[in-house]
Design a protein around this ligand. Structure first.
Ligand SMILES: NC(=O)c1ccc[n+]([C@@H]2O[C@H](COP(=O)([O-])OP(=O)(O)OC[C@H]3O[C@@H](n4cnc5c(N)ncnc54)[C@H](OP(=O)(O)O)[C@@H]3O)[C@@H](O)[C@H]2O)c1
Length: 281
């Protein structure tokens, strides 16, 4: 698909390691096959310039096909992938990353994340291997995901992650991790920013949306952007993709931000058996 592409209106945010990330990206978990390709192409056509995938999403080839056919030059797109927790040994990191590059049909990732920490593999080994990939130009930056403050302190002995990508939405607000990340200089990326679709049915967000002529999804995403987070909502319908892009022409007041702060339940939606959320030291 080659066409007239709208220039992206999404602002960028500077991350450690000298990369600038569009503050809104497209999440692709659970998008596979032809649907994944169509959604990524449509998103690029609309002005998305940041795509979030992972090896375990099993869609890197389809994302790669969409990147190749969308007619937007590779260097205008910020592409993130993630290495799963069973490939974090030093020698595995390099081969896993090279396999991702092959599937995605690209020479480099803009950001390569450790998808989940794994205490059975020395963290320095993983991060040093990522740093070597960065020096070789195969990735522009590396970061982490699902890291606690304890994991981050350990990571900082090797280098500063470009971001920590974590579950973050109106029902799970991560206030303690947010302050630790600010103190440690590691910006947050909010995954499942719509609480996997639940936030769009939240009456308080709908009420705030009516004041601004915006939807509950737009209010939830705007609240995260005003908290200085990068957001990566997943959507498949074109009208939802478009809606999620339109976050940058309105502002929530401090009172409105506080109203959303009261929705926190402190409960995660995602807590797989391998998570190390106990590691807060
Ligand atoms: N690092 C990690 O461990 C990790 C974990 C989870 C997620 N992630 C990343 O974060 C991304 C986003 O998280 P997520 O996919 O869990 O959930 P999410 O983005 O919070 O929610 C996605 C759901 O919201 C719906 N939706 C999106 N925009 C909407 C709108 N404007 N109005 C109404 N409904 C809307 C989508 O519907 P349709 O799709 O039907 O349109 C989908 O059902 C993932 O895709 C993935 O890239 C990372």
């Amino acid at each position: 698909m080659v066409g007239n592409h709208r220039a992206s209106a999404v602002p960028g945010k500077e991350l450690p390691q000298g990369v600038t990330i569009p503050v809104l990206g497209l999440g692709t978990w659970e998008l596979t096959g032809g649907e994944c390709r169509k959604v990524v192409e449509a998103a690029l056509e609309m002005g998305y310039r940041h795509i979030d995938t992972a090896q375990v999403y099993e869609n890197e080839e389809e994302v790669g096909r969409a990147l190749a056919s969308a007619g937007v030059s590779r260097n205008q797109i910020f592409l993130t992938s993630k290495i799963f927790r069973d490939h974090l040994q030093g020698s595995d990191v390099r081969s896993a990353c090279l396999r991702s590059l092959e599937r995605l049909g690209t020479d480099f990732l803009d950001l390569c994340l450790v998808h989940w920490p794994n205490r059975s593999i020395p963290m320095a080994e993983t991060l040093e291997a990522l740093e070597a990939l960065r020096e070789a130009g195969q990735i522009r930056a590396w970061g982490v995901s699902n890291f606690t403050a304890g994991h981050l302190r350990e990571a900082l002995q090797v280098g500063r992650p470009a971001t920590n990508q974590v579950e973050l939405h109106p029902y799970f607000q991560q206030r303690e991790l947010e302050s630790a990340c600010r103190e440690l200089g590691v910006p947050l990326t909010a995954y499942s920013p719509l609480a996997r679709g639940r936030a769009v049915r939240e009456p308080a967000l709908a009420e705030l949306g009516r004041v601004h002529g915006k939807s509950p999804a737009q209010v939830a995403l705007r609240w995260l952007v005003q908290r200085d987070c990068v957001v990566i909502p997943k959507a498949s319908a074109p009208e939802r993709l478009r809606e999620n892009l339109e976050l940058f022409a309105f502002q929530l007041s401090d009172t409105e931000m506080e109203r959303i702060a009261r929705l926190d339940t402190g409960k995660r939606l995602l807590h797989p058996s391998w998570a190390e959320f106990d590691r807060e030291e």
